[in-house]
Design a protein around this ligand. Structure first.
Ligand code: BJW
Ligand code: ZN
Length: 268
């Protein structure tokens, strides 16, 4: 485990840049930390995390939705309004750039905010769904008629009744994966295959506490990948990783891209 806090390109471990440049396949897994500097709260941060003020069991489970659908739908509408107002940051743009420069670069994300796409990433694998894709709780039909909520919502949301499914009358639910629910099967299977075949696995802005996503880097490592963590805090994966870069994704990812491709680009 090699822990560094790089402020400049020169402070990046040369062995990391060499490893990345030589890699045939790179897989990156992102979490809420990459969107934190776009103004979206993470989940578990002690001061600003979403779950400092809200109880996940009350909001991020199907039982909660069935018990109080208006509370849960309203909370997600508030989150959606935050996401629509947010802009991708330099970390998102750096990953989009890597994807265009690197022959085989796959992006797995636990985030539901679509900021990777808005930064130009072509087709990230959405392990925990997408907030912009609500669907029927009962029959799964995608709810295409809902316009995105762009009006600001009060902090924490308000009670809003979810719309009804036009096919079966069931409740429309947020398009995310809640605790106790399986991840989208084809997406997760593809993620496992990619993780197990990559040379380098980057874990970016995730606490690595939520399963089964947290198993992907471990599985990649078991299959011979080099692990690299980018995070402002320690994570349980650090001790398994060859490289631990301590710092914000919006500063470190651009440093890596500039070092790999010998550019001096500035990032929005
Ligand atoms: C920065 C930064 C900056 C900040 N720069 N860094 C095995 C063991 C134990 C438990 C389980 C297990 N297998 C399954 C479970 C149960 C459960 C689970 O994992 N529980 C654990 C919490 C203990 N998992 C599940 O229930 C999953 N389903 C499942 O396993 O189903 C099985 C099944 C099979 C067949 C039939 C039925 C069931 C589903 C998990 C779904 C997770 N959903 C959520 C909510 C999504 C919707 C929403 O947005 O509301 O997904 S939970 C939440 O956590 C969200 C995130 O995607 C996920 C991960 O969080 P993330 O992204 O890592 O955020 P944080 O806040 O934790 O961390 C942010 C990090 O960024 C921190 O490290 C900061 O330091 C860092 N950071 N700013 C760099 N600027
Ligand atoms: Zn339906």
């Amino acid at each position: 485990m090699n822990v560094v806090q790089p402020q400049t390109e020169r402070e990046l471990p040369p062995a990391l840049i060499q490893t990345l440049t030589r890699a045939k396949r790179i897989v990156t897994l992102t979490g809420a930390g990459i969107s934190a500097e776009s103004g979206l709260p993470t989940f578990r941060d002690k001061l600003t995390g979403l779950w400092t003020n809200y109880n996940p069991a009350q909001l991020a489970t199907s039982e909660a939705f069935l018990r109080e659908p208006d509370l849960v739908w309203g909370w997600y509408k508030w989150r959606e309004s935050q996401m629509l107002a947010a802009k991708p940051n330099a970390g998102h743009y750096a990953l989009a750039k890597m994807e265009t420069q690197f022959p085989r670069f796959d992006l797995l994300t636990q985030n539901v905010d679509n900021l990777h796409e808005r930064a130009g990433s072509a087709s990230p694998f959405h392990l925990h769904g997408e907030l912009t894709k609500p669907r029927c709780f009962d029959c799964g039909t995608l709810n295409a008629i809902l316009p995105p909520m762009i009006s600001p919502e009060p902090e924490g949301g308000r009670r809003i009744n979810p719309p009804k499914c036009t096919q079966c009358g069931g409740l429309i639910r947020p398009g995310v994966v809640w605790f106790g629910e399986p991840l989208p099967e084809a997406t997760f299977d593809a993620a496992v295959t990619l993780a197990d075949a990559c040379d380098v696995f980057l874990c970016v802005g995730t606490s690595s506490l939520v399963h089964p996503a947290a198993e992907l880097p471990i599985s990649a490592k078991r299959n011979g990948a080099i692990l690299c963590i980018i995070n402002i805090e320690k994570t349980p994966l650090d001790r398994h990783s060859e490289f631990v870069l301590r710092g914000s994704t919006s500063s470190i990812l651009p440093l890596i891209v500039n070092a790999m491709y010998r550019t001096n680009a500035t990032w929005p």
